[in-house]
Design a protein around this ligand. Structure first.
Ligand SMILES: O=C(O)CCC(=O)C(=O)O
Length: 375
């Protein structure tokens, strides 16, 4: 039996999953009409406000005019054709915001890190594969990236729009006197997400190693989604506290004062982990009642212990020409301390938005599909 069925003269039903069949709501179909009266055909954007449609709207008739093409007449007199495969594809979309590869959670046992040799002119297949790795693992390391200053901007622009901030379009990560951020010292940096005080928080961070003459300064990465999942499994109450308690993050120097409140674990509308905000240098919980604070501090400690444990952390050396691109809403990054007397360690970084790589992945997949090449 096909997953789409005409179950009455005025009813189209769908089997969403095995044994889960129901009639498709007429308004769901009506606001997906693809004809020139409903849509501007060039942009694909609606010409009518779907909330103006009658809430009691029904179907007058459903006819399969040819295999897989349904002609549907609505009680408001509108008639439109629907392709069965398009209805099924639309119905199969996950409730989240993207039909991109799902995150593949990892922990400290990850040995096969996603790596690729950089080229300025990848084929669409190669670029789609880079993006798929990035979207699944939350990061990718490019090797052999030319070490000229600001190359990070060129790489960032290959995946999205570079986000200028108070640190500039790009920033130099090296030990300097009078640093306005601990990143610009030689100190150990706990795994953290960048700029949780900024709104919106940068989606993707790129860090390009130009020179590393030190034996320390190892890079660390943690999959925050995996650690949050482990916290949920080990202590659901702690997870709930961290998902509910807004915490103030603040950055301040002479010219800038950025403040944002957000829970350490951000959930989406379907209560799935959407982002992690974690920066032990910057978080300030509001004054709650003592027992609430005691529970919050216990919960934060439990999460912190997971994030800092070798169970979740990977540690590696970024050498000259390596560039790490990571999802700053999911992954935490840090570095071990280094001794600047051993030599120079110089990275350059920049931010792009997360929707850049997602958009590019969808466009490449669409183009590859239309050229008959597998994405
Ligand atoms: O020095 C590093 O490897 C990391 C620096 C850092 O955490 C940052 O720039 O956010």
């Amino acid at each position: 039996m096909s997953r789409l069925q005409i179950t009455a003269a005025n009813e189209l039903s769908i089997e969403l999953s095995k044994g889960n069949r129901f009639a498709i709501h007429p308004l769901w179909l009506r606001e997906r009409c693809q004809d020139a009266k409903s849509l501007d055909l060039r942009t694909g954007q609606r010409l009518e406000d779907p909330s103006d449609l009658d809430l009691q709207l029904g179907l007058t008739s459903v006819i399969e005019v040819e295999p897989g093409r349904y002609r549907i007449r609505f009680t408001d007199g509108h008639e439109a054709d629907f392709l069965g495969r398009e209805i099924l594809a639309e119905a199969a979309l996950p409730p989240g915001d993207h039909d991109c590869p799902n995150p593949r959670l990892w922990d400290g046992t990850l040995t096969d890190m996603p790596r690729a040799a950089w080229t300025d002119t990848p084929t669409p297949e190669v670029k789609a594969a880079w993006l798929a790795s990035f979207l699944e693992f939350g990061f990718i390391i490019f090797t052999g990236v030319p070490t000229g200053s600001k190359t990070v901007l060129r790489v960032g622009s290959a995946f999205g729009y570079v986000r200028d901030t108070n640190f500039g379009a790009y920033f130099d990560v090296r030990s300097v006197p009078d640093a306005n951020d601990l990143a610009y010292t030689s100190l150990f940096l706990d795994a953290h997400t960048d700029n949780p005080y900024r709104s919106p928080v940068p989606g993707v961070q790129l860090l390009h190693c130009l020179v590393n003459e030190t034996t320390g300064g190892l890079s660390t990465l943690v999959d925050g989604f995996a650690a949050a999942e482990a916290l949920h499994a080990q202590d659901a109450e702690a997870f709930g506290i961290l998902a509910r308690t807004p915490v103030r993050f603040r950055f301040r120097d002479t010219d800038t004062e950025l403040v944002r409140s957000a829970p350490l674990i951000e959930l989406d509308g379907a209560l799935r982990v959407e982002a992690v905000n974690f920066s032990p240098r910057l978080d300030y919980v509001p004054l709650l009642r003592p027992q609430e604070l005691a529970a919050y501090f216990r919960a934060r400690k439990a999460f912190d212990q997971l994030l800092r444990s070798p169970r979740f952390e990977i540690r590696f050396l970024l050498g000259s020409g390596d560039l790490m691109m990571m999802d700053n809403r999911r992954l935490l990054h840090g570095r071990t301390a280094f001794d600047p007397r051993e030599g120079l360690r110089h990275l350059q970084g920049c931010y792009i938005d997360l929707d850049g790589p997602r958009s590019l992945y969808r466009v490449l997949r669409r183009r590859l599909a239309s050229s008959g090449s597998p994405a």
